[in-house]
Design a protein around this ligand. Structure first.
Ligand SMILES: Cc1cc2nc3c(=O)[nH]c(=O)nc-3n(C[C@H](O)[C@H](O)[C@H](O)COP(=O)(O)OP(=O)(O)OC[C@H]3O[C@@H](n4cnc5c(N)ncnc54)[C@H](O)[C@@H]3O)c2cc1C
Length: 463
């Protein structure tokens, strides 16, 4: 037996980091076991950080009318320094907080023992009071598609392609598919986006979905809805996807973006009596405890919402339950959505269709970026902020935004929406002075737009 810990965290992504730091700050002896040589998780090396760095580089190309000459590889090069800085920063957190890093692949032998296999094949055993699983996820691969072929890629393999595509087909129009469609259009690469559903990102508000579809098409993405693949064939020069609708689409690469699978394989779940579901997801209770009380799981390996932002908080909440018995938990409705397409999208709370289905009387206030002085000055006039509020008590029920900076703008509204009782009111935006000119002013404009509509209808009712 190597060492004894209070808590061993498996995985150094946002979920594992949030948990490890919280346990360490509560005075626990903590180790984080990570299979990869560097900390940061898939979040830093394959997911959020590289895709957002690529997206930023692509936005610059859009801003310059997509000048020719840049390749995807040159954009990839630009992501390296961000990843390096993130790894250094995150590594420092572990050192400063006296959290041991064990590099190797962990396997759970029983609720208090972990075996770690190092790259050399050397195995060590560690004893622990509690285990926190934060092993993340990987791209889902259907068995009838040959992912060993260099022309068939997923979001991980995409970061290693060595030739610049002229045509790319993306199968799956979820968040990752839509984001990469935007990124590749910045490089003037032809993009086919194949959606198995009738709408893009149907969990969003309809007006935002329409705007996204319009702007992706406007930027040159060819979207095909309601399609399903029959088979995929690849050769040295490209790849063809055969669709059940009898279409054949040929491109240089096929990017498969049809969901993810939880990393629970070969983790020793059978030694705990836990059976993950068909997508590798581990079931937990509201405090992130598995069916074995001293074993917790957070982040992508437990499924929805599969966001780095949520994984950090889940890690922190799980750690506070584990160390202090605290019962605070993360509510799905409090998690904002940030989608880094071009234009960017962000939302929090309920959509129009959800409010209508739930028969909640609501009104809507809009503000179009093209009418804001700040947007006119910066030339970022594409976009809209939409506030949905209760038409009787003005409580804010949902905020939906698209356009430059949407994922930042949303947090102003989130701060007001999270106020208790009468603190959550549209009137905050009407009665507050905003810096001028700002994008934040969109809140005042949208609030007045909605408020005036309610007042007008009240006046009409009185006549
Ligand atoms: C292309 C893309 C773009 C994304 N963009 C965003 C975004 O803009 N915003 C956002 O919030 N989220 C985004 N996400 C999602 C985000 O990356 C994930 O939600 C987040 O990484 C999940 O964090 P995690 O802690 O659960 O695990 P991960 O970040 O997946 O890390 C898990 C770690 O566990 C390690 N591990 C696995 N098994 C073992 C084992 N047996 N032993 C030791 N170590 C192990 C892995 O090596 C890995 O380092 C994106 C994802 C992708 C793929």
């Amino acid at each position: 037996m190597e060492k004894m810990y209070d808590v061993i965290v498996i995985g150094s992504g946002p979920g594992g980091e949030g948990a490890a730091m919280t346990c360490a700050k509560e005075g626990k002896k903590v180790a984080v076991c990570e299979e990869y040589t560097y900390v940061g998780g898939n979040n830093t090396h394959k997911g959020t950080i590289p895709s957002k760095a690529l997206r930023n580089a692509s936005q610059i190309l859009y801003d310059n009318d997509r000048i020719e000459g840049e390749s995807f590889q040159s954009l990839l090069k630009q992501t390296e320094s961000v990843i390096k800085s993130q790894v250094e920063l995150r590594h420092g957190f572990y050192t400063r907080n006296f959290v041991d890093l064990i590099i190797g692949r962990a396997r759970i032998l029983d609720p208090h023992t972990i075996e770690v296999t190092e790259a050399s094949g050397l195995k060590n055993k560690y004893e622990t009071g509690a285990i926190l699983i934060a092993t993340g996820s990987r791209p889902y691969h259907p068995t009838d598609v040959d992912f060993s072929h260099p022309r068939i890629i997923d979001s991980d393999k995409l970061l290693k392609i060595d030739t610049n595509p002229r045509i790319l087909t993306i199968y799956g129009a979820g968040v990752i598919g839509c984001e990469y469609a935007s990124i590749f259009r910045g490089l003037n690469i032809k993009v086919n986006l194949i959606n198995t559903r009738s709408q893009l990102l149907s969990f969003l508000d309809d007006e935002i979905i329409d705007a996204l579809a319009y702007h992706l098409r406007e930027n040159g993405v060819l979207i095909r809805h309601n399609e399903e693949y029959e088979k995929v064939e690849a050769d040295d020069n490209g790849v063809t996807i055969y669709l059940k609708s009898n279409k054949q689409i040929r491109s240089d690469y096929l990017l498969w973006a049809q969901g993810r699978t939880g990393n629970s394989q070969d983790l020793g779940m059978e030694n705990l009596g836990i059976v993950p579901d068909s997508r590798g997801l581990i079931q937990v209770n509201e405090f992130y405890q598995t069916s074995v009380p001293n074993v917790y799981a957070v982040g992508d390996v437990i499924g929805y919402p599969s966001l780095a932002s949520a994984a950090y908080d889940q890690g922190r909440f799980a750690a506070r339950h584990l160390t202090l018995g605290e019962t605070t938990t993360l509510k799905a409705e409090d998690i904002p959505t940030g989608i880094y397409t071009i234009p960017e999208i962000s939302s929090i709370g309920l959509s129009e269709k959800e409010l209508t289905q739930n028969k909640i009387p609501f009104e809507v206030g809009h503000s179009f970026f093209r009418h804001l002085a700040r947007a006119q000055i910066t030339g970022r006039t594409v976009g809209m902020l939409k506030i949905l509020f209760h038409s009787e008590n003005y409580k804010i029920l949902g905020i939906h935004c698209f356009g430059y900076g949407a994922s930042e703008i949303i947090h102003i509204g989130q701060a007001i929406m999270s106020q208790k009782g009468e603190g959550n009111s549209l009137m905050y935006f009407i009665n507050s002075t905003f810096n001028y000119p700002t994008m934040a002013e969109a809140y005042r404009v949208a609030a007045l737009n909605g408020f005036n509509r309610v007042e007008l209808s009240r006046k009409c009712n009185k006549i």
